[in-house]
Design a protein around this ligand. Sequence first.
Ligand SMILES: Cc1cc2nc3c(=O)[nH]c(=O)nc-3n(C[C@H](O)[C@H](O)[C@H](O)COP(=O)(O)OP(=O)(O)OC[C@H]3O[C@@H](n4cnc5c(N)ncnc54)[C@H](O)[C@@H]3O)c2cc1C
Length: 480
Amino acid sequence: MAALKIAGVLLTAASLVAAVPSPPLSTSVAETTLNVDVAIVGAGASGAYAAIRLKEDFGKTIAVIEKGSKLGGHVSTYDDPVAGKPFDFGVQSFNSYGPAEAFFTRLGIEFSPAPRVPLTQRFVDFKTGKEVPYVASSNEDRTAALQKFLQVSEPFEQYLLPGYWNFPAPADIPADLLLPFGEFVAKYNISAAVNQVFEVTGMGVGDIKKRLTMYVLSAFGPPMIRTFLGNGTIFTPNSRRNVEVYEKIQARLNSSLLLGSTVVQSTRSKTGHILWVRNHAACKYTLVRAAKLLIAIEPTKDNLAPFGLDKEEKAVFDKLTYQTVHAGIVTHPSLPVDVSLVNIPAAGAPTNYVELPKPDFNSRFDYMGQGADNFRVLLVGDDKFDTRKAKDLVAKNFKDMRKKGTLPAGGPDELTFKAWSDHGAMHMHFAAKEIKAGFIQRLYALQGRTQTWWTGGAFSHQFQAVLWAFDDVLLDRMLG
Ligand SMILES: Cc1cc2nc3c(=O)[nH]c(=O)nc-3n(C[C@H](O)[C@H](O)[C@H](O)COP(=O)(O)OP(=O)(O)OC[C@H]3O[C@@H](n4cnc5c(N)ncnc54)[C@H](O)[C@@H]3O)c2cc1C
């Protein structure tokens, strides 16, 4: 692993993000200084959208500090050199919530309903590699359960979407929101919908049966339910490259971007901030002086280390826990074309729909269509589930299925990994006791303290369009 020397301290590449230089850097270390109205840290869905609006609609000067070499966060488009076609294995599509369609139009992106690859499902317990006699709920039962789910969750939309601005005070929180989802499902008899909730986006919350209903609604809430009931659209750019959205944004923000860079030290105050921003490839510092700071990265301990959190910020963020998510493209001649191999524990058969995989798990091997030999895997784990563990799990799932005869023998022993994305921390959540103790309100009370503002999944929900709608509310408050 590459080792770099920063301020006399040897650091491994893995520790760069968390690096807080010791001894502290002086301002003279920087070759360039930028003075801006707003510094934005992170240029995924929430940071990139906020940057466009701040620059073009509010006329603010901005600096966008992004760790990666390009914008887009969880969007992962694999331009397959052999098939000559794009394959999205991160973000699949955008839904017609809030400003999404207007934003595409503004960026000059033509779009249409997301294409679906028709797949036959086969259910396999990935813990053993054996096929399970699982019977998916019928379309009729699933639709009825989704309708009921919508009916009982719609009243909560005002508290949850596009963020928790109107979340009720602890004494007034509807009991349903704090029920473990398994109990909520039993209470409203909606188990026929659970498999779809899990397979589409709900799996991200981890152990869905135990996760609080309010967080399952954050991963598959009323807008998504409406879409699956035919009332709303899911779309992608006509190029079928989701990264086009962020390529267009990147071109418009060009001169405001500090790519391949992170904040390694900062001083924050009500009258303005100083950020030491390090470009890691060039080993160069830029000093960013900003009146306001917008943090658009997941608020993990490592990510926030350079921002010198105060006591209250630490107390709040310390209580957040999260899942980690990985996605990849694999290939092997034994994997069946036109099939989705779905991970279902043996206990889920034949119709025990709330029995679903628990972290760490790989949810599927999905054929990705277009006549190519690409299969998508999607994994969810705890905070220690890194790329090595995730890839090992995929390889093991595959080997077990071959061993048990679920997949045919022949061809190479190992799978080929064609593309991979470590999506890191996602689906941050508090435990019920903390929500009852007012932690949602304490989280939101951080907005604007020390002229520091927060956006992204931990403050809203894990959907592109919802985050854009959340930013619209946030920016009005920030600049109002
Ligand atoms: C596999 C997968 C599939 C998904 N599918 C969909 C879908 O189909 N539709 C949908 O609407 N949503 C989907 N989502 C969810 C959606 O992508 C996320 O909710 C959204 O991207 C979160 O946006 P964000 O701004 O909070 O974070 P991100 O998009 O993750 O952006 C954070 C950015 O900050 C950068 N960064 C991180 N740390 C630092 C640092 N220290 N300094 C500087 N920069 C940093 C990252 O490189 C990244 O660019 C999917 C997510 C995953 C993982």
